[in-house]
Design a protein around this ligand. Structure first.
Ligand code: IPE
Ligand code: IPE
Ligand code: MG
Length: 250
């Protein structure tokens, strides 16, 4: 593990890593356990991956914890997830502060239980002065919800005469997304093996490097995370240019 960390080039770290934390249910099923046992175990992985991201010196870690579509799961599972999120956040706040981590969240909080939102808000306030890793939880989040909201905001500003529709560019759209304060993800990881993005950060991952691992989220380790960072550092990101152009600029 220490050896893996040493191999990471700290001058070329991803600014932002986003993760679709998938496979809790299948992890539990493979052990003849309730799905909720997978979610409980998944919270431990959140803790571990936050620790390693912070230790490596990554700026932003966004974790997809609950999607807009997940509201359609059985009521009991939704309740369990909401309860788990609230209790885990409360329990972890002292360690987040100790590790200089700042918590933020993106998503439609109006759909979440008020109690859960207020506990999250307390942790966000308590960690606001953290200058290390920004841990962003995507909760009740979906990209289409967010892009639709941005379109509505821009249309309202145009209708009010505050902006000229002709001036709406990439930056104006990005500034109206919930991720406005964050750089775009350099890396998108999905655990659990499914090759899809499930309505996550569709605008922001335009040039993200994709990593899909068959490992279920509860089994995803610090080592797995470090290996992905190393693999990322070996890739050539061309952003539409030719390889020759990229190498000229170095
Ligand atoms: C991810 O695990 C957690 C959430 C979506 C909340 P799942 O619960 O989707 O697990 P699988 O995909 O059914 O294995
Ligand atoms: C994506 O996982 C959402 C989260 C990890 C929170 P899902 O399990 O909801 O995705 P699908 O249904 O397999 O696309
Ligand atoms: Mg799933």
């Amino acid at each position: 593990m220490d050896n893996l960390i040493k191999q990471i080039d700290h001058s070329r770290l991803p600014a932002h890593v986003a993760i679709i934390m998938d496979g809790n249910g299948r992890w539990a099923k493979a052990r003849s356990l309730q799905r909720s046992a997978g979610h409980v175990k998944g919270v431990e992985t959140v803790r571990k991956i936050t620790e390693i991201a912070s230790e490596i010196g990554i700026g932003y870690l966004t974790l997809y914890a609950f999607s807009t579509e997940n509201w359609n799961r059985p009521r009991q599972e939704v309740d369990t997830l909401m309860h788990l999120i609230a209790t885990a956040i409360e329990r972890e706040t002292p360690d987040l502060i100790k590790n200089n981590v700042r918590l933020t969240m993106i998503g439609d909080t109006s759909r979440m239980p008020a109690e859960v939102v207020s506990r999250l808000q307390k942790c966000i306030d308590d960690t606001a002065s953290g200058t290390g890793l920004t841990l962003c939880l995507a909760l009740s989040y979906s990209s289409r919800w967010e892009i639709t909201r941005a379109a509505r905001r821009l249309a309202a500003a145009a209708a009010a005469g505050e902006i000229d529709p002709a001036d709406i560019d990439d930056n104006a759209v990005a500034a109206n997304l919930t991720t406005a304060e964050m750089p775009d993800p350099d890396i998108l990881i999905r655990t659990g093996g499914d090759m899809r993005v499930s309505n996550f950060l569709l605008w922001q991952i335009a040039y993200a490097e994709l990593f899909v691992t068959p490992t279920f989220w509860p089994d995803f380790s610090k080592e797995d995370f470090c290996r992905i960072i190393l693999d990322f550092q070996s890739r050539e990101r061309r952003f539409g240019l030719t390889s020759e152009q990229i190498n000229e600029t170095i």
